[in-house]
Design a protein around this ligand. Structure first.
Ligand code: CA
Length: 433
């Protein structure tokens, strides 16, 4: 587990005023990494989020304010090389950026390296080679399983295996990009044969995405005690899902066209080091549940394998935006209640010798709680289409309609700790083409 250090100090302030506001997602204790450009003519380049600004790493290096292995690795249009370095270099970089941005740091020289977030365009943080999506919330698995198998919601492997499928990277986009309603084979239960047409049961899945840090070699596995060295950081992930396509196609091989048309991630990667103050014990398995097999367990993991992250998903319709109504929050699940941790997921992923590469992304699976205000998918919130969700505009929804915008947020907060946030993951649904 990463030790707390001076970069986490709750009393640390920045000379960037907006980083000291209570409401900011990006105080000096956060320092998330992302890829940005100030205008369309520029190449994307690496930056660090601070208040309402982005610190341009290359520019800070050019004028001699930052140096080191991490800074050199950041001279790129993606974070892959930086992600590949490992925790010693990540931590040195973080300490240097913190020293640069803290109150008393070289404000006069460094302010020329700041770009306004409002004016910048964010890109995908990494060239994502592989994407795996897990299913690690037992509440989500139970809520959804109950709809299809009321007497037997959880399959017998669930409490032993971190379940996942291999996803698709070509359709991963960054927050702000639109999502086109997919078309596919749909077969209502009472129909004899399927038809082909636009999805009628479009849904979001509220997840966190985890970026792999240091790569591994094919044939090697990551021990649960070493896995932290291979996890770079986390973002928000909306794993769009077409429920009607999914229902018809998912047996016998799992999700395919229901999931591969779009996945949206937030642009800022919050590092594992920034999340250190929010580590907590793993979800307490109820009496009678098996303990994880030894390769997925250790006493240190039991004590610190969880991360206390608050997540919120909201929907805004076209009518609501026209009337200046705030997005309607549908669910606020907590990440610390996940049955499988991000560490168990990656350990399991490599346990058969499967190699992973820096910049690979894996999703946590929909994060859900047990009550109606903590559901991470609209499938759960509308009880499979049986209950209408009422919006402040007077509109109702079961599944999503064209023009609806889904907005996900995540943040960590706690007594005596600096609140840090992930920013936003948003996307508007466009009509089927
Ligand atoms: Ca998913």
């Amino acid at each position: 587990m990463i030790d707390l250090n001076s970069t986490h100090d709750v009393n640390l302030k920045s000379w960037v005023d907006s980083a000291n506001e209570d409401s900011t997602d990006f105080p000096i204790q956060n320092l998330p990494l992302g890829v940005f450009r100030a205008n369309e003519k520029e190449q994307f380049r690496c930056g660090v989020g601070i208040g309402n600004f982005i610190l341009d790493i290359s520019k800070a290096a050019d004028i001699g304010l930052l140096s080191g292995v991490g800074v050199e690795a950041c001279k790129s249009s993606t974070l892959n090389s930086f992600m590949d370095l490992g925790p010693v270099d990540w931590s040195e970089f973080r300490a240097n950026v913190s020293a640069l941005l803290k109150l008393g740091g070289p404000q006069e020289e460094a302010s020329s390296c700041l770009v306004s977030m409002q004016e910048a365009e964010m890109g995908l943080p990494a060239s994502i080679g592989d994407f795996t999506d897990f299913y690690s919330s037992i509440n989500h698995a139970t809520n959804v399983g109950s709809m299809f198998r009321p007497d037997n919601p959880l399959l017998p492997n669930y409490k032993y295996v971190p379940i996942a499928y291999h996803g698709r990277t070509s359709s991963i986009r960054v927050s702000g990009e639109q999502t086109i309603r997919p078309k596919g084979q749909l077969k209502p239960p009472d129909a004899e044969v399927p038809e082909f047409g636009p999805c009628k049961r479009l849904d979001y899945e509220t997840e966190l995405g985890i970026f792999v840090g240091s790569s591994t070699k094919l044939g090697t596995s990551i021990d649960i005690g070493e896995v932290e060295n291979h996890i770079f950081g986390l973002c928000i992930l909306n794993d769009w899902s077409a429920r009607d396509i999914q229902t018809w196609e998912y047996q016998p091989l799992g999700p395919f066209m229901a999931k591969n048309f779009s996945s949206i991630i937030s642009p800022w990667v919050v590092t594992l080091e920034a999340l250190a103050p929010f580590r907590t014990k793993v979800f307490e398995r109820p009496d009678g549940d098996p303990m994880p097999l030894p390769y997925l367990n250790s006493s240190s993991h039991q004590d610190f394998g969880g991360i206390d992250i608050n997540i919120e998903v909201a929907v805004s319709t076209e009518k609501m935006r026209a009337s200046n109504l705030d997005p309607h929050v549908i669910g606020s699940p907590g990440f610390k209640d996940m049955y499988w941790t991000i560490f168990q997921m990656l350990t399991h992923h490599t346990s058969n010798g499967c190699s992973v590469n820096s910049g690979d992304l894996y999703g946590s699976g929909t994060v859900s709680g047990t009550t109606s205000d903590t559901y991470g998918s609209i499938l759960e919130a509308c009880k499979g289409g049986k209950e209408k969700i009422e919006f402040p505009s007077g509109e109702t929804r079961t599944f999503l309609e064209d023009g609806d915008e889904v907005i996900m947020r995540a943040w960590c907060a706690g007594a005596g700790k600096a609140r840090i946030g992930f920013g936003e993951c948003r996307s508007i649904i466009m009509p089927a083409s």
